[in-house]
Design a protein around this ligand. Sequence first.
Ligand code: HEC
Ligand code: HEC
Ligand code: HEC
Ligand code: HEC
Ligand code: HEC
Ligand code: HEC
Ligand code: HEC
Ligand code: HEC
Length: 249
Amino acid sequence: MLSIWKKIPEQIKRLSFLVILIVAGYLLISPLFIPPDFGKYGHFRASAVEEIASQQMNYVGHEICANCHEDVSVIKSKGYHKNVACEVCHGPAFLHAEDPGSATLEAPRGRSYCTLCHEYLPSRPTGFPQIVAISHNPMKPCITCHDPHKPEPPVTPKECSACHATIARTLSISYHIYLPCTRCHETPEKHKINPREFTPSKPSTREFCGGCHSIDAKSDKGIPRIDLATHGHRYVCWQCHYPHLPEAK
Ligand code: HEC
Ligand code: HEC
Ligand code: HEC
Ligand code: HEC
Ligand code: HEC
Ligand code: HEC
Ligand code: HEC
Ligand code: HEC
């Protein structure tokens, strides 16, 4: 067999590939292989629409839950989890809403579920409530202390680091390690309960930093000095020095 193949001239071999390609191409676009209802509405099978529409629904949305679980829905609408949909935690509930008796739902009572959103990760937005699970009240289920439908810390966190962990860690290895956060941010007590409504102040002028760093400032001797009139031109200091990790090099 192989010896016959070897005897065929090279140009005939190439030509035969071309012929096979053309025949295969023709078969592909011929009515033999294209479903009859293709192209009726557009570049797809018309019956595909019905097939997809007839699939079993999985999710119903959270509005319908209130019909039967009004108590939970009312509680949840006032808490921190108001924007976390019921089915995120309880799973797809279409069948349950149709017939609660035969299709029951699970409640995620274990610690590992809550940590999907709340485990500390530097890439989460600043201020998003995060914990380090192995040191945050280990072994006990989260729901013994936090109501999953209206979660609240049982006591107001005292430290800024409870919510601003990344900044606190950065500051703790910087030249500014001994400056308390509140030296630069005046923080209303209510910020710790309702952080987005009561925001702390942020320094806004060069003079603020100059209060310690200007050559004529009345601050401790060891603090490095700059000439406020010329150093860094008119730019605010934190365009060049990250205030939570200032470096001069
Ligand atoms: C038609 C009324 C109805 C609707 C709509 C409904 N439920 Fe239920 N649900 C019930 C009833 C009744 C039970 C109690 C069933 C039982 O004890 O076997 C129940 C039980 C539950 C449980 C079980 C809790 C446990 O004890 O472990 C959860 C969770 C739940 N529902 C969540 C939901 C969510 C989420 C929705 C909306 C997507 C929803 N339900 C919509 C009637 C309803
Ligand atoms: C953050 C996750 C989470 C969300 C969001 C959530 N649940 Fe739950 N739910 C739980 C957990 C955990 C339990 C178990 C509580 C327990 O055992 O003490 C539970 C329990 C329940 C129960 C049964 C016992 C009870 O506490 O009344 C019902 C009913 C229920 N949820 C309905 C809902 C409905 C309706 C919504 C949306 C309005 C919702 N859940 C949203 C986590 C959640
Ligand atoms: C799908 C993501 C998600 C899951 C799962 C989840 N949470 Fe949350 N949690 C949030 C969001 C979003 C907020 C509101 C954050 C905000 O207001 O900035 C929040 C807020 C909280 C807060 C309020 C902290 C504060 O004072 O600012 C606590 C406590 C909390 N969740 C506990 C839990 C517990 C316990 C569970 C498990 C039953 C859980 N969470 C599951 C998303 C989630
Ligand atoms: C023994 C009770 C207890 C248990 C169990 C517990 N917590 Fe907490 N949680 C607290 C207290 C007290 C605070 C507030 C003080 C602090 O920050 O430590 C808090 C604070 C929080 C905060 C918010 C801090 C902030 O930034 O506003 C979140 C989020 C949180 N817990 C989630 C969880 C999760 C998730 C679990 C389970 C893995 C859990 N908690 C288990 C008692 C508990
Ligand atoms: C309960 C959690 C929590 C605690 C505790 C907390 N913060 Fe915040 N903080 C937040 C949240 C959430 C934001 C809003 C973040 C955003 O909008 O991206 C925020 C924003 C800020 C901002 C920026 C304000 C702005 O206008 O950009 C500063 C500054 C700040 N916090 C400082 C502090 C200081 C200082 C402390 C301690 C005295 C503290 N925070 C304690 C949650 C908290
Ligand atoms: C030396 C003064 C100084 C100290 C100390 C300081 N900050 Fe700041 N912080 C600033 C300045 C200045 C800005 C504004 C930076 C900007 O606008 O780009 C800022 C911005 C912020 C912001 C909002 C922007 C961001 O980076 O997310 C938060 C949140 C914040 N600081 C929290 C804290 C916390 C928490 C501490 C304590 C652990 C702290 N700061 C300590 C000066 C300081
Ligand atoms: C309360 C006084 C105080 C304020 C306000 C202050 N600093 Fe500092 N700063 C210090 C101290 C203390 C050091 C560390 C001195 C040392 O140990 O070398 C320092 C160090 C520095 C350094 C030197 C780092 C190096 O590599 O030598 C820079 C840059 C700096 N701060 C920038 C700023 C900026 C920008 C601001 C305004 C957002 C600011 N500081 C506000 C006290 C302050
Ligand atoms: C345009 C960028 C820029 C701006 C804006 C700027 N700096 Fe600097 N800063 C530098 C550079 C670069 C160095 C290191 C070289 C030097 O000493 O000039 C430095 C050095 C410093 C030092 C250390 C001086 C020493 O002797 O060790 C301090 C303190 C300082 N800056 C504070 C500030 C303060 C406070 C502001 C706001 C008033 C500010 N900087 C604005 C770029 C800047």
